[in-house]
Every structure is written in structure tokens, then in C-alpha cells.
Design a protein around this ligand. Structure first.
Ligand code: SF4
Length: 266
């Protein structure tokens, strides 16, 4: 554990150690610097240049998600070691790592094309998703499907996931500790899929992915370099259901995404 954790109680430190062990195995209890060095070595072998991983838009300062996230041994800009989605799912298992396990019906791991060029990430499953064990299948999901189709893709062409994989009761915003516990699995999914673009759907997803208090209204429509790929913040489809006039903004953002993909395939 690092000096950054000096403010934590002994009990909190033990809980954090336990979380790291469960998530990453016994090996996880090493210093953040040592783990970062190890991951950096692996990523070098995969020919990711550190320059390419540097944000083009400066990520806003750490804030709302707090110290629990800061304590994670994951460098936001560094891809992790090679693994498969199946291995990640197996590792997740019948997860009880945070208290959302007590109220969920199903874990919503994420679904779609393992080689997707575009990955959509929301904040967490809603009621319909919880019952079906599938992401974005309620009303907001149907609107997302329309956005995907308008972009010229089918749902099965992209990958869809959430920052937390279990439904927060009453669709409340996931708590920082829940995000901190669950998001390493999402990071691993991103690293496996290596999409050209990760679309962050809504402010909570954006703040969780960037570990910042970034405002979606200010950040939307501009790429941020992220874990070896590009992050495009845009509004959540549920927001569009309440504010249809914002659909134009989302479409503008998706046009920027399509432009990048077009350049890549040229
Ligand atoms: S939200 Fe994530 S960490 Fe929490 S119980 Fe569900 S799968 Fe596990």
C-alpha cells in the first residue's frame, strides 16, 4: 500500500488489500510503482508507445471519485497484460466484491464483438438489464441501438458495457467504492477488445473512466487519449429520452467518431 493511503484506517487498508487480492490475486500486494513498472514492461512488448498514450486533451483533476480510486494499482493510461474476455468473466465469477451483489438479480458483464472498433460504456445496469443480464436493453438501450444503426453498424458489431456490472438499487449513481471495486474488470475488457474508440455515455461513466470530476457538457465531442485508444464523451441515451433536443449533440459527437474510423480504414 502506498503513502497515499496513509490517511486510511487500518480496517480500510485491510479491506483495500483484500479487494486487491480478490481482483488481481496474491501478486497484487506490491507497490503501485512496482506494478506500474511491470505493466509498462508488458505493454512495451506489445509496442504501445508512451507518447501515444498521453492525453491530447488534459484530463481534469482527480476529485469526485476520491482516494479509493487513487489507491488502485492500475495506471489509467496503461493497457494491462494479455488475457481473454472469457478469462476476465471467469475471474469475475459470481462476484461479491462490493455490496451491489446483495441487490442485483444478474451480473451484466457486457456483450458484443470482441474485436469491436467502437465500445460504448454506460454507468451501470438498470432494471431491465438486471433482469436480462444484458447491457442497454431497456428504453435507453433501444435508443442506443438506433444511434448505432444510424452510424451504419449493428448492435453485434460494437461492444457494450458499464462501469459497474450490477444494478445500483433504484438506479442510484454508483458509489465511489463500488466503482473502484468493479472498474478494473472494465479496464481489462477495454484492454482486450482494444477498440478504436470508447464512447463514454453520460457524466458518471465519463467521470469514472477518467477518475475526475469532468463535466460531460464541457467534455463531449472531443477525443481524449485513453488506455491506448480514444475516449469520446457524449450524453447518455436516458438523458436524450428526457431531453430530445440533445440528440443533435450526440449525433455531432458520433460523426466525429465516424470520421476517425474512416481515417483509420483509409
Ligand atoms: S458491481 Fe462489480 S464489483 Fe460489485 S458485485 Fe457487481 S460485479 Fe462485483
Amino acid at each position: 500500500m502506498t503513502e497515499k493511503n496513509a490517511h486510511l484506517s487500518q480496517q480500510q487498508k485491510e479491506q483495500m488489500k483484500e479487494h486487491l487480492k480478490r481482483t488481481y490475486g496474491e501478486d497484487a500486494i506490491v507497490s503501485k510503482r512496482a506494478l506500474t513498472r511491470r505493466i509498462a514492461g508488458a505493454s512495451k512488448a506489445r509496442q504501445f508507445s508512451s507518447t501515444a498514450l498521453r492525453p491530447t486533451v488534459a484530463a481534469p483533476p482527480l476529485a469526485s471519485v476520491g482516494n479509493a480510486v487513487d489507491a488502485l494499482p492500475i495506471d489509467l493510461k496503461q493497457p494491462a497484460l494479455n488475457e481473454t474476455l472469457q478469462e476476465i468473466k471467469k475471474d469475475l465469477g459470481d462476484c461479491t466484491r462490493c455490496k451491489l451483489c446483495k441487490t442485483r438479480t444478474n451480473i451484466v458483464f457486457g456483450e458484443g464483438n470482441e474485436k469491436a472498433k467502437i465500445m460504448f460504456v454506460g454507468e451501470g445496469p438498470g432494471e431491465t438489464e438486471d433482469l436480462n443480464a444484458r447491457p442497454f436493453v431497456g428504453r435507453a438501450g433501444q435508443l442506443l441501438d438506433k444511434i448505432i444503426e444510424a452510424m451504419g453498424y449493428k448492435r453485434e458489431d460494437v461492444y457494450i458495457a458499464n462501469v459497474v456490472k450490477c444494478r445500483p438499487p433504484g438506479n442510484r449513481v454508483p458509489e465511489p467504492q463500488e466503482v473502484a471495486t468493479c472498474e478494473p474488470f472494465l479496464f481489462r475488457q477495454i484492454d482486450v477488445i482494444k477498440p478504436s474508440v470508447v464512447v463514454a455515455l453520460g457524466g458518471t461513466a465519463l467521470q469514472s473512466l477518467l477518475h475526475s470530476d469532468a463535466k460531460i457538457s464541457k467534455m463531449r465531442g472531443k477525443f481524449v487519449d485513453y488506455r491506448g485508444t480514444k475516449l469520446m464523451p457524449t450524453y447518455h441515451p436516458a438523458f436524450l429520452l428526457r431531453n430530445p433536443s440533445a440528440k443533435k449533440d450526440v449525433w455531432d459527437d458520433m460523426k466525429v467518431v465516424l470520421e476517425l474510423l474512416k481515417k483509420e480504414s483509409a
